[in-house]
Write a protein that binds this ligand. Structure first.
Ligand SMILES: O=C[C@H](O)COP(=O)(O)O
Length: 249
């Protein structure tokens, strides 16, 4: 099966102030010097996109946002449009992260609208999906992610650059990870759902795995069939850990 080059993206979430900013900048500078066999992206908070774009200028490390509004402009206090994310220096944007789905009530339809906005602004979306622990324990993981793919991926994605990130909610920030067999099962189901939704246009986009990825488990996870990269949270804030994950690709 045709697979695009692996993508390792670091999601800094709402971190990057004081000491954690100093550490993050150290990481960004180290990454700039680092040759990598994969695409590498950093997704800082919106306020740091321009600063990180400047720090990483001239290197191969890409910059992503963590969210954007579905509208291009208007009376949406506190929001940032896809065009603004792009204008600040990002080329990618994370959409539909479970922390936004759970904490801000984002539905699959909301995510699909944001994906359309991102594409219109020239951003490459990384669309997050994943089951809760309750859904996993009820044997519904495949059903849940398949439904999320059908609802969150607009058909206009076919032929565009994008990625899907499978992040089991119960694995995020917990140190827990699914077994390699479970990851393989879900990634295969996600690929099937992408093809069902987008036809041939659903074949090439990478499916990242996210949830407690660290240097010690990155190599085995990234070797699983259909794992096209990683979306890394906590470990993307520490230079040694993130570099260790990139080396594992
Ligand atoms: O976007 C990243 C994920 O939420 C994973 O976070 P984590 O690596 O801290 O578990």
């Amino acid at each position: 099966m045709k697979q695009s080059v692996k993508l390792v993206a670091g999601n800094w979430k709402m971190n990057g102030l004081g000491e954690s900013l100093a550490e993050a900048e150290t990481l960004a500078k180290a990454l700039k010097e680092q040759a990598a066999a994969c695409r590498v992206a950093l997704c800082p908070p919106a306020t740091l996109i321009a600063r990180m774009a400047q720090t990483l200028k001239g290197g191969v490390v890409e910059i992503g946002g963590q969210d954007c509004h579905a509208k291009a402009s208007g009376a949406y206090t506190g929001s940032v449009s896809a065009g603004m994310v792009r204008d600040a220096g990002a080329g990618l944007v994370i959409l539909g992260h479970s922390e936004r789905r759970a904490g801000f009530g984002e539905t699959d339809a909301d995510v699909a609208a944001k994906v359309e906005a991102a594409l219109a602004a020239g951003l490459e979306p990384i669309i997050c999906i994943g089951e809760t622990l309750q859904e996993r324990e009820a044997g519904q993981a495949v059903e849940v992610v398949s439904r999320q793919v059908a609802g969150s991926l607009p058909v206009s994605l076919a032929g565009k650059a994008f990625a899907v990130a499978y992040e089991p909610v119960w694995a995020i920030g917990t140190g827990l990870t699914p077994t390699l067999e479970q990851i393989e099962e879900v990634h295969a189901a996600v690929r099937a759902a992408m093809i069902a939704r987008l036809g041939e246009g659903g074949r090439a986009a990478p499916i990242l795995y996210g949830g407690s990825v660290k240097p010690s488990n990155a190599a085995e996870i990234l070797a699983v069939a259909e794992v096209g990269g990683a979306l890394v949270g906590g470990a993307s804030l520490k230079a040694e850990d993130f570099l260790g994950i990139i080396r594992a690709v």
